[in-house]
Design a protein. Sequence first.
Length: 71
Amino acid sequence: MKRKITGKVYVNFAVSSKGKVKNVVVSKSANPLLNAEAIRVISSMPDWKPGTQGGKSVEVQIKVPVEFKLK
């Protein structure tokens, strides 16, 4: 906030068949400080409900935008 940096960081990650978030990487960068914060936030998320296919839990790849705005 002190540096007044804003932007949108796109983060790719996988949700394992057990619901754990893993392999968190930035696919589209905004600023190195924002990238690091987006990775920290996504990595610290609680477990997800895993995806299913044919009645079995499977790993799923996800891409999400993380937008940083100042008010």
